[in-house]
Design a protein around this ligand. Structure first.
Ligand code: GLA
Length: 398
């Protein structure tokens, strides 16, 4: 989508769009809030033209971002925050829910579904001509399971009851967004980097192994959505103390192929640590040679690639601006140039567009107490050098 999408006549056109007819409402979510109006245009000086998505499209890709939806205050990185939503609408072609599709949100109690917040995102996306990615059908870590699922009594026949629980979840979510969401992170983060094995959960214990759970999730997703893109999404821990993680991901991907599990794409989250840049080449988030070797191996198995959650942890950089912004931008350009060199790389999604609303402010705060500046726009909604770096990489890839 270009900035023309915000031209008044287009907006008037879009304003005619009303609440989405959502299929298969089997849950207790109730009707979504009135979020279906297009995002108002930001001041024209704010969002550069062409948009990041228009530039991504030059090489057949999409640019997108995570968004949130809160029923309450119209703030944050939400579709209800007009200034934020306008930037996303102008810059992106695809959005993904930050937390609104996770198991604990959509199925807070056994077999009781609540799609209120996810529906708000989907409706907003429809009104603003954004595609939506699904994230995630199964985050295979006990920490991110709802408590009820960690403690669930699978009864006398645990394997079949666990399969029923998992299948019900996947079927209910994908049915609801059938025809709307065509690309899913079916499984998110299945590897335990402490043990180098696959993560055990209540589901894997009941079904006999983590592989049984993951394979079933992908096979069912394929059966339900034959044309959708099915992604295994991973944080790819490139840090030296997690060096095995890269090998563990390769082993998991090999296993999927050996067992004929329908996985199309590796989602590389790309929450990047500035300190993990290769000092020899300036490329990261790993020694460039190893990063390329890893990507080569993934694509040689027939997987496509996606950058699903890009942002930069700038903790290791000095406080001063503009040097800090320049370093983040420089790094990003090198990372994206390398990644975009792979024709198998499709969408590039940032994990948010505006620094102040980034999860990194809480997760990876700077020691100097200053705001982390790892997203394309500053907290006063101005594009930063990081935005220009992303744009330049897309231009170079065209
Ligand atoms: C992981 C998950 C995302 C999100 C981030 C932190 O990368 O995949 O959904 O929770 O952590 O915000």
């Amino acid at each position: 989508m270009t900035n023309n999408a915000l031209h008044p006549s287009r907006r008037q056109l879009l304003a005619g769009l009303v609440t989405l007819p959502l299929a298969g409402c089997s849950g207790s979510g109730g009707s979504p809030g009135p979020i279906s109006t297009p995002a108002p245009a930001p001041p024209s000086s704010v969002v550069p033209s062409p948009s990041l998505n228009a530039l991504a499209q030059r090489s057949g890709r999409r640019f997108g971002s995570a968004v949130a939806a809160f029923p309450g205050p119209r703030v944050g990185g939400t579709v209800q925050n007009p200034a934020y939503a306008a930037i996303v609408a102008a810059e992106c072609g695809v959005v993904v829910a930050e937390n609104e599709m996770k198991w604990a949100t959509v199925q807070p109690r056994p077999f009781e579904f609540d799609f209120t917040r996810m529906d708000q995102i989907v409706e907003w996306a429809r009104a603003n001509e954004q595609a939506v990615r699904g994230h995630t059908l199964l985050w295979h870590r006990p920490r991110w399971f709802p408590e009820w699922l960690n403690n669930y009594d699978f009864g006398a026949n645990p394997a079949s009851e666990a399969e029923r629980v998992l299948s019900t979840h996947i079927r209910t979510v994908t049915d609801r967004y059938r025809g709307i969401i065509a690309s899913y992170d079916v499984v998110n983060e299945a590897i335990d980097h402490d043990t180098n094995g696959l993560m055990e959960t209540s589901l894997s214990r009941a079904m006999g192994s983590p592989e049984a759970v993951l394979d079933h999730a992908f096979r069912l997703a394929r059966e339900l959505l034959p044309d959708a893109e099915l992604v295994y999404n991973d944080y790819m821990s490139w840090e030296p103390h997690h060096a095995h993680h890269v090998a563990d991901v390769l082993r998991l991907l090999e296993g999927f192929r050996e067992r004929n599990v329908p996985v199309d794409t590796l989602g590389i989250q790309s929450h990047i640590e500035m300190f993990s840049i290769d000092p020899a080449t300036g490329v990261g988030p790993y020694a460039e040679r190893e990063l390329r070797a890893f990507l080569d191996e993934v694509v040689s198995m027939g997987y496509k690639l996606m950058i699903t959650e890009f942002d930069v942890k700038d903790k290791a950089l000095p406080s001063a601006l503009p040097a800090r912004d320049a370093a983040v931008a420089d790094y990003t350009g090198r990372y994206l140039d390398l990644m975009l060199g792979y024709e198998q790389l499709e969408d590039v999604l940032a994990w948010g567009m505006v620094d102040g609303f980034s999860w990194l402010q809480g997760f990876a705060p700077r020691d100097d107490g200053l705001e982390v500046r790892g997203l394309p726009y500053s907290s006063d909604y101005r594009p930063k050098p990081l935005r220009a770096a992303i744009a330049n990489s897309f231009i170079a890839a065209a």
